[in-house]
Design a binder for this molecule. Structure first.
Ligand SMILES: *Cc1c(COP(=O)(O)O)cnc(C)c1O
Length: 230
């Protein structure tokens, strides 16, 4: 089942790329495995899936204990500063850097561990009250500030577009983030790389790919609906 789901998603990504003249190898599929058990992750691995997104620190720590670096872990959920130390050397990318203070904490913990943390800045592109992330208008200044942190490497931008039944309605947000991404890339800020544009979830990844996403974060369409009651 998971194998079929992954195949279907990869096909949809390839078709979306075809429509806009992109090469599908430019798009990484991140399987969002939050709340899902290890055996489902293993099933996805057996079907060729390499990269997994998780939202909760405790869950990453527990899953990492078993699977370690045999899969590629990404932190995509809101991260509290006092928990940075538990995951910083376990994940290959933190997508959800949503404040300068969090970036400062990541710098501190990365220095302690002698590593460089790879991060994305989360942008609240639809300016939603309920969402974390920087406003579009402040992002460039924040990039300039964090670019000077020696143990933090900015690799790109991330957003979660509004939840909607009509994925077309998020096209303008994806386009806006792509515009900001290109604008920052053109500034050639030393130490800043704009290579990852993380946008698109189960409901809207096809539109996100059409608008230039390089990493889609898909949970429900891979693993089925989540049950938070357990
Ligand atoms: C849960 C989650 C996803 C995946 O959502 P689906 O709709 O199940 O694909 C993607 N990104 C973030 C930040 C999430 O929290």
């Amino acid at each position: 089942m998971i194998r079929d789901n992954l195949e279907e998603i990869r096909k949809n990504i390839a078709e979306a790329c075809g429509r806009v003249g992109r090469n599908p190898v430019e798009v990484v599929l991140l399987a969002v495995s939050k709340t899902k058990p290890l055996d489902m992750i293993k099933e996805a691995v057996d079907a060729g899936q390499r990269s997994f997104g998780e939202n909760y620190v405790q869950e990453i720590v527990e899953k990492y204990e078993v699977l370690g670096d045999s899969v590629d872990w990404h932190m995509i959920g809101h991260l509290q500063r006092n928990k940075v130390k538990y995951i910083i050397d376990k994940v290959s990318l933190i997508h959800s850097v949503d404040s300068l203070r969090l970036a400062e904490q990541i710098e501190k913990e990365a220095e302690k561990k002698g590593i460089t943390a790879r991060i994305l800045l989360e942008v609240n592109v639809a300016d939603e009250e309920s969402k974390w992330g920087f406003a579009i208008g402040e992002t460039i200044e924040v990039v300039r500030t964090i670019s000077k942190f020696p143990h933090v490497h900015i690799c790109g931008l991330m957003t979660s577009a509004p939840i909607t039944d009509d994925s077309e309605s998020n096209r303008e947000y994806f386009r806006a983030l792509r515009g900001l991404f290109d604008e920052i890339a053109a500034l050639s800020i030393p130490g800043v790389e704009m290579s990852v544009l993380s946008m698109g979830m189960t409901g809207d990844y096809v539109v996100a790919v059409e608008e230039g996403s390089t990493m889609v974060r898909v949970g429900t369409a891979v693993f089925g609906a989540r049950d938070y009651s357990a």
